[in-house]
Design a binder for this molecule. Structure first.
Ligand code: ATP
Length: 252
């Protein structure tokens, strides 16, 4: 296997008495899709915030492409090739869809206005949002707002893309479409970390899954093994997940 593009070495983040992320060590390889799962409050978003530099580590180190990200600002990390979406989608409502995506490109891609426009168009076509290019972002329905998040982060020309619940609230066909897009992105060699509460999405997309619980990695391995481990499901993910898995299996 190729050398890891991203390594977390004993990474922790403490808020007061809460260990939001607790001594996490993980490696990610180019082009792989990894599912990051765990109950509410497990530390998933905090981990994404640590990797993208939105919060600093309390201890440990994030190594990207062989170099430590310690002390790097979010825009520097984004320019280096690590992009993320946000769980709560908040586009610049008054700006057009095209302008929103251009803003992403300008934030991270270190390019001219013209290049940003080109990158943005490419992303909009890929996510099939090009027909909304001139509409104010506020007019987009939820599924398209989620796609806009994806388009914006793609325009940053990432090497690592962290998707924080990009499928939440979408219907089955919208999810199928999103799964197809995410697979195509990974096929370009981009590493994808998918935070998802929808087990189907993790199962279909990610060959490997990591389970977080109280900030710590409690299980990591082939996704099918993780999901077939009753101990993991009951003890760490809870009965809600067990019920959802059963429902998803029935619907399949
Ligand atoms: P969800 O699935 O609900 O999004 P999560 O797994 O992403 O949850 P986090 O949002 O990372 O979990 O939260 C992990 C823990 O850290 C929680 O106990 C949360 O309350 C705490 N936490 C996160 N951010 C902060 C903060 N800025 N200040 C204080 N506590 C925080």
């Amino acid at each position: 296997m190729s050398a890891p593009i991203l390594e977390l070495k004993s990474v922790s983040r403490v808020y007061g008495g809460v260990r939001a992320v607790n001594n996490v060590s993980l490696s990610f390889h180019p082009g792989e899709i990894v599912g990051l799962i765990g109950p509410n409050g497990a530390g998933k978003t905090t981990l994404v915030n640590l990797i993208s530099g939105f919060v600093s580590v309390t201890s440990g180190e994030v190594i990207y492409n062989g170099k430590s990200l310690s002390g790097s600002k979010p825009h520097t990390i984004a320019r280096g090739g690590i992009a993320r979406t946000f769980q709560i989608v908040q586009p610049f409502a008054e700006m057009t869809v095209l302008e929103n995506v251009m803003a992403g490109a300008l934030y991270a891609a270190n390019c001219s206005l013209e290049e940003a426009r080109e990158l943005a168009w490419e992303s909009l076509k890929f996510t099939k949002l090009d027909r909304f290019a001139d509409s104010p972002a506020a007019q987009l329905a939820l599924a398209n707002r989620k796609r806009l998040e994806l388009a914006k982060s793609l325009a940053m020309r990432p090497r690592i893309l962290m998707l924080d619940e990009v499928n939440a609230g979408l219907n089955t066909s919208e999810i199928d479409h999103a799964i197809g897009m995410i697979r195509q992105i990974a096929a370009r060699g981009i590493t994808i970390i998918v935070i998802e509460h929808l087990m189907r999405v993790v199962r279909e997309l990610a060959p490997r899954a990591v389970v977080l619980h109280h900030g710590a990695v409690v299980c990591s391995g082939p996704t099918d093994d993780v999901f077939n481990d009753p101990l993991v499901i009951e003890a760490y993910l809870g009965s809600k997940y067990a019920k959802r898995l059963a429902e998803e299996a029935q619907a399949a």
